[in-house]
Design a protein around this ligand. Structure first.
Ligand code: UD1
Ligand code: CA
Length: 518
């Protein structure tokens, strides 16, 4: 936290971002699960400023709605048709001044005595996502300690092409900033560049903005011209150079978007490893900014943790899993799984090849196995859905086993209905639970049962008539086929076996029960 929290932060987000070649405004593109503007607003909030203003113009409504959804107290400043960063800050400052004055009037000040924002104002670009509050705090502290009118955040680049160059005086102060297109050959050789991040005193800004002209190569109102004006007025302008250029890098196209996204991820993954998370392959592990991981979590290669996913200690996730807003309890394992909006309790196992949809809650020590899809369902502790099933809109008690290839038939074409299965139940393979329907505690169902009526606790539910075998059907109805030949050969063998006095009849008792013959 800075010695002096800023009076305000102005975030510049009016630019078009042509080089993104996108229908989406540039500052709404995302890295690490958050929009570029969202990253900048989060950093702004960390500075604890009096107010935040976001300057908008291109796709104004979309950008303004996004900013206010993230930061309801943010003021929206509309930039008019006058182009340039100087005009953008002027628009931001006038909205901040109006808000300050209405605060003063509300507190009882006389109309003639109202003043605007007073104190240091931080200026940020909405397309610089990696800038952190620590760097800005150092900038604010330098501004305060040195008594500057303007403090510019700069960095040195091997290739400074395209950026404004910082021209220093013999005493180290900043004399001016020249844009690439306005620079002399000598100035172009300078490698210290303007990051477009500043602390400026509100009074200095107010005094200078009205005097900016558009007499430059781009015909724009340059914010950078405030530097020379502040100096001419007797103010001190100093620069603080960061030795991490990536912190002040802006996104102008999708190549930079992915490069900064990868850099952000590298930083997040490194921080989690330092916090005690095992990441087997950092290069293929992607973690969003709002994800929470406990100590001794293991992430296997190809894992993407998105949104507000939380993973508790001892859990193992991956390989090749994508989880969005999934909460995983201690010691659970989630293997090759795609999920969102699900809760997996401690010790449970999920996967491989499991699809978790919103509203899934798997209890402790539960299991969801291969090719199982679950949606909006409670599955109690110790219960298992091991193979090839769809469970939707269901409530399943504890220690119940759902047979392979079962489906909760939850949709009648108009409404969704619930399936309720109790605890310690054993449902057979290939069951259809035609909801709404209930299976009681300790009940069984036979294989292939279409459960259309409730099965009471402790009962065995079976459906369909007894199996009927029509002897000789293949030979008489499919003569000449390989199946008929095989059947003939088998019956020949059977006849000779009978002639030898052997029986080929199977033992009936156990397998009949399994096939649903009550
Ligand atoms: C600006 C600086 C340059 C610096 C560079 C760093 C000026 C004149 N130049 O150049 O010294 O090296 O940033 O990236 O300030 N914006 C508006 N309204 C506008 C124009 C821009 O809100 O009318 C916003 C953009 O959305 C962006 C930021 O201001 O967030 C910077 O604009 P950009 O056009 O990228 O500035 P540059 O010309 O690159
Ligand atoms: Ca730029």
């Amino acid at each position: 936290m800075s010695l002096t929290p800023p009076a305000a932060v102005i975030v510049l987000a009016a630019g078009q971002g042509t080089r993104m070649r996108s229908a989406t405004p540039k500052v709404l593109h995302r890295i690490g699960g958050r929009s570029l503007l969202g990253h900048v607003l989060a950093t702004a909030r960390d500075l604890d400023p009096g107010r935040i203003a976001v300057v908008v113009r291109h796709e104004r409504d979309q950008v303004a709605a996004h900013a206010q959804a993230l930061e309801p107290a943010a003021l929206i400043a509309d930039q008019d048709e006058v182009p340039g960063t100087g005009r953008a800050v002027e628009c931001g400052l006038s909205v901040l001044d109006a808000a300050a004055q209405s605060d003063q009037a509300a507190a009882g000040s006389e109309a003639g005595t109202l003043t605007g924002v007073d104190g240091p104002v931080v200026i940020l670009a909405g397309d610089v996502p990696l800038l952190d509050a620590g760097t800005l705090t150092a900038l604010l502290d330098a501004h305060h300690t040195d008594g500057n009118a303007v403090t510019v955040l700069t960095t040195n680049l091997q290739d400074p092409t395209g950026y404004g160059r910082v021209v220093r005086d013999t005493d180290g102060q900043v004399a001016k900033i020249v844009e690439q297109k306005d620079a002399t050959a000598e100035e172009l050789a300078l490698t210290e560049i303007n990051s477009s991040v500043y602390v400026m005193d509100a009074g200095v800004l107010r005094g200078a903005l009205g005097r900016l002209d558009r007499d430059n190569a781009q015909g724009e109102v340059y914010l950078t011209d405030v530097v020379a004006l502040a100096r001419a007025d007797g103010g001190a302008v100093r620069a603080l150079a960061t030795d991490e250029p990536v912190l002040v890098e802006g996104v102008n196209d999708r190549v930079q978007l992915s490069a900064l996204g990868a850099e952000l991820n590298r930083r997040l993954v490194t921080a989690w490893m330092e916090a005690g998370v095992t990441v087997v392959d950092p290069a293929t592990t992607w973690i969003d900014v709002d994800v929470q991981l406990e100590q001794d979590v293991t992430l296997l290669p190809g894992t993407q943790l998105q949104g507000c996913t939380r993973v508790a200690t001892g859990a193992v996730v991956g390989p090749d899993s994508t989880l969005t807003d999934v909460v995983i309890g201690p010691g659970a394992t989630v293997t090759r799984t795609h999920g969102s909006g699900a809760h997996i309790d401690g010790g449970a196992t999920v996967g491989p090849f499991t699809f978790l949809r919103p509203g899934t809650h798997l209890g402790q020590q539960g299991k969801l196995g291969a090719f199982v899809e679950v949606k909006n369902s409670e599955i109690g502790s110790g219960s298992k859905v091991p193979h090839l099933s769809y469970i939707g809109d269901a409530t399943i008690g504890e220690e119940t086993n759902i047979g392979a290839a079962s489906v909760t038939v939850n949709y009648d074409g108009v409404h969704k209905h619930r399936t309720v299965i109790g605890s310690y139940a054993r449902t057979g393979a290939d069951n259809m639970f035609v909801a709404p329907v209930q299976v009681g505690d300790g009940a069984y169902t036979g294989a292939g049962t279409v459960v259309r009526r409730d099965v009471p606790a402790g009962a065995l539910g079976v459906s369909g008539g007894p199996q009927r075998n029509i002897d000789g059907w293949t030979v008489s109805r499919r003569p000449g086929t390989p199946a008929a030949e095989a059947a003939q050969q088998a019956s020949g063998e059977q006849l000779s076996a009978q002639a030898r006095g052997e029986s080929s009849r199977r033992d009936a008792t156990d397998s009949d029960a399994q096939q649903g013959k009550a």
